[in-house]
Design a protein around this ligand. Structure first.
Ligand code: CP
Ligand code: NVA
Length: 300
């Protein structure tokens, strides 16, 4: 069996491939040709252990645009939810479909699934990484400001799956990443270390934001952490993206958030709904960037 190509982490792409994928996404966005159906007859299975608006709709629409189709599976719908081994499920599902996207609680579920899958596996978010979101975020930055190489990005808040994927993007696209997180909520030390000089940790959000080209944040409590909400509200109260914080960044700095957002918690309404925010381009670009990804993985 030929080993399929998976997309579990941004590090599965080379720097050149990442840049080419962004350009391809921009081209697909600007020249939508209904007759271009490179995945005609192909099927993507989408396994969701957690909720989703953007990820589900963008993959499903992308497959339809490309002439293929998709199957949405929640844990209630499959034997995976009743304890069928991941390895058996991966062998069976991959024997019938052409690609599989998974959104799971544990990162290891996706890596284990990929090990036994005969078709490409795409990480649609785990507790560790959210690489598909970074394809869209980077496309959005390139569209608004050009190449991100050498720029400074500041991550404010939880050292979570999104933060880890920003670190991987900094490695591949060669930008500087400042991270300001409260004590106890820092990103994974090994992932930080893997980026070397490119990632700097800060205690003060205002210091981190200074002269940045892009400010990014995410919810204080991710999916699966709902019970920690109150405790996290206390820990993160000084880690809100406000207009004052944006004023420490460059005058033309952009603001991004993967959504869903909680206005008044991680970001004030005036920032997320203001001039510097590009959140809706970012959300739309999930569709275009993932079409470029599907083409790369499934048209090979
Ligand atoms: N940003 C993102 O992944 O959104 P969904 O949870 O709605 O898919
Ligand atoms: N960090 C968030 C991202 C949601 C798209 C979560 O994991 O819930």
């Amino acid at each position: 069996m030929m080993k399929p190509r998976h997309f579990i982490s941004l590090l599965d792409l080379s720097s050149d491939e990442f840049r080419a994928l962004i350009q391809r996404a921009i081209a697909l966005k600007n020249t939508r040709d209904p007759d271009f159906q490179p995945l005609k007859g192909q099927v993507l299975a989408m396994i969701f252990e957690k909720s989703s608006t953007r990820t589900r709709i963008s993959f499903e629409t992308g497959m339809t645009h490309f002439g293929g189709s998709s199957i949405f599976l929640s844990p209630r719908d499959t034997q995976l939810g009743r304890g069928e081994p991941i390895s058996d499920s991966a062998k069976v599902i991959s024997s019938m479909v052409d690609g599989i996207m998974l959104r799971t609680n544990d990162h290891v579920t996706v890596t284990e699934f990929a090990k036994h899958s005969s078709v490409p596996v795409i990480n649609g978010l785990t507790d560790l990484l959210h690489p598909c979101q970074l394809l869209a975020d980077m496309q959005t930055y390139f569209e608004h400001r050009g190449d991100i190489r050498g720029k400074t990005v500041t991550w404010i808040g939880d050292g979570n799956n999104m933060c880890h994927s920003y670190i991987n993007a900094a490695i591949r696209l060669d930008f500087n990443l400042n991270v300001a997180s409260p004590e106890g909520y820092l990103p994974d030390a090994d992932i930080v270390k893997s980026a070397g000089e490119r990632v700097q940790l800060f205690n003060s959000p205002l210091d981190a934001a200074k002269d940045s080209d892009l400010i990014v944040t995410d919810v204080w409590a991710s999916m699966g952490q709902e019970e920690e909400q109150k405790q996290r509200e206390r820990a993160f109260k000084n880690f809100q993206v406000t207009q004052e914080l944006m004023n420490h960044a460059k005058a033309d700095a952009l603001f991004m958030h993967c959504l869903p957002a909680h206005r008044g918690e991680e970001v004030t309404a005036d920032v997320i709904d203001g001039q510097q925010s590009v959140i809706f381009d970012e959300a739309e670009n999930r569709l275009h960037a993932q079409k470029a990804l599907l083409e790369l993985l499934m048209c090979a």
